[in-house]
Design a protein around this ligand. Structure first.
Ligand SMILES: *[C@@H]1O[C@H](CO)[C@@H](O)[C@H](O)[C@H]1NC(C)=O
Ligand SMILES: *[C@@H]1O[C@H](CO)[C@@H](O)[C@H](O)[C@H]1NC(C)=O
Length: 335
């Protein structure tokens, strides 16, 4: 009897140990899972073994969440954001393509288009979703021209959007390939909403001395020192590749490394990659613009700022048939 009890205890102990080990292993495993998110909308959940997490909705290929291993949420999403596919998700990283604003763009040759184009409201497809050999998480989404897109933008194109997550950073890279005989110069933005405790205390560095176009004043100026926010802010900086967001009195900072590259294909003989300077939009709607947006919580502007790597200006590359432009950002939150 005593022997049986000892055996039972031993079996129980082994079971507990194996269970605990399995749980630790489970916590240490990365995963990339397609599932349904809010309102049954299709999404991909990236979970890195370090605890970093990222959600990507197929509607707009919008990254709606990025949490670092200590649990801090890096991106801002409006509490009024609509997640039912009827409009762009207000927050995270919506994608702007092929046009920035509703105004006619002479390089694109389209007379008008809905604000920010159609990529952020299109349903994207999953090309691949995987945990890589080193444990990093990655999803690749695609969008190609269709009858609906050609009505607004009469060109054949292929977009490839790669979202990669590891313990230190989130990287999002948009590759735009021109599939058309005609040369085109699309605009694009990684329209990233960053969370902050108090925008009035927040600074963006890395743009000192850079010229910008102030969309509100309709004039051009040059940045002196850091960008700060004391009212509505809407500026297109003509270049910016290493940016840092900080908030007064806090040690944590968010670094954003931006890259833009023109890729020329030579068929059998390979390809060449030429870097060029990306634009950066800095935006905060402040009181009245926030109120005017139905999906923007009225006080939300205090806790967010947009820093948006883009390809916008008049000197942006004209993409010849078969060639591509890649725009990427690597976001690193340092606690
Ligand atoms: C989506 O949600 C919005 C806001 O709640 C609502 O106005 C709209 O009718 C909904 N659309 C669909 C297709 O469910
Ligand atoms: C995370 O990925 C980035 C590139 O996306 C890379 O530079 C960095 O070294 C990676 N970090 C770790 C810890 O693997």
């Amino acid at each position: 009897m005593v022997l049986v009890d000892a055996q039972l205890v031993a079996v129980a102990l082994v079971t507990i140990c194996v269970g605990a080990m399995a749980m630790r292993m489970a916590r240490r495993t990365s995963s990339v899972v397609r599932r349904l998110g809010k309102n049954g909308q299709e999404m991909v959940a990236l979970r890195h073994r370090s605890g970093a997490a990222c959600d990507v909705y197929l509607h707009g290929a919008t990254v709606s969440r990025y949490a670092v291993p200590n649990g801090h949420e890096v991106l801002w999403v409006s509490s009024g954001a609509v997640f039912n596919g009827s409009k762009a998700i207000r927050g995270g990283v919506p994608l702007v393509f092929p046009q920035f604003g509703p105004k006619a763009d002479e390089l694109l040759g389209i007379t008008s288009m809905s604000q920010h184009g159609f990529a952020r409201t299109s349903k994207w497809s999953v090309r691949s979703a995987e945990v890589r050999l080193n444990g990093d998480c990655q999803v690749v989404l695609t969008l190609e021209d269709s009858e609906a897109t050609r009505e607004k933008f009469p060109h054949k194109f292929s977009l490839l959007y790669t979202v990669s997550l590891n313990e230190t950073c989130l990287r999002t890279a948009l590759k735009m390939t021109n599939m058309d005989k005609a040369t085109v110069a699309p605009q694009a933005l990684l329209h990233t909403y960053f969370a902050t405790d108090e925008v009035a205390q927040t600074r963006v560095s890395g743009l000192d001395g850079v010229s910008y176009y102030d969309q509100l004043a309709d004039e051009t100026d040059a940045q002196h020192g850091d960008v700060s926010f004391c009212g509505e802010t809407d500026r297109v900086y003509e270049r910016g590749d290493k940016l840092v967001i900080s908030c007064e009195g806090q040690r944590a900072v968010t670094e954003i490394a931006v890259e833009a590259t023109y890729v020329e294909e030579f068929g059998e003989s390979g390809s060449s990659a030429t870097p060029f300077a990306p634009d950066v939009v800095v935006w905060n709607p402040h009181v009245s613009k926030a109120k005017a947006m139905s999906d923007f919580d009225d006080d939300g502007w205090k806790r967010m700022l947009c820093v948006e790597p883009g390809i916008l200006n008049k000197n942006r590359p004209k993409i010849a048939e078969g060639n591509s432009v890649i725009l990427s950002q690597t976001i690193t939150y340092i606690p």
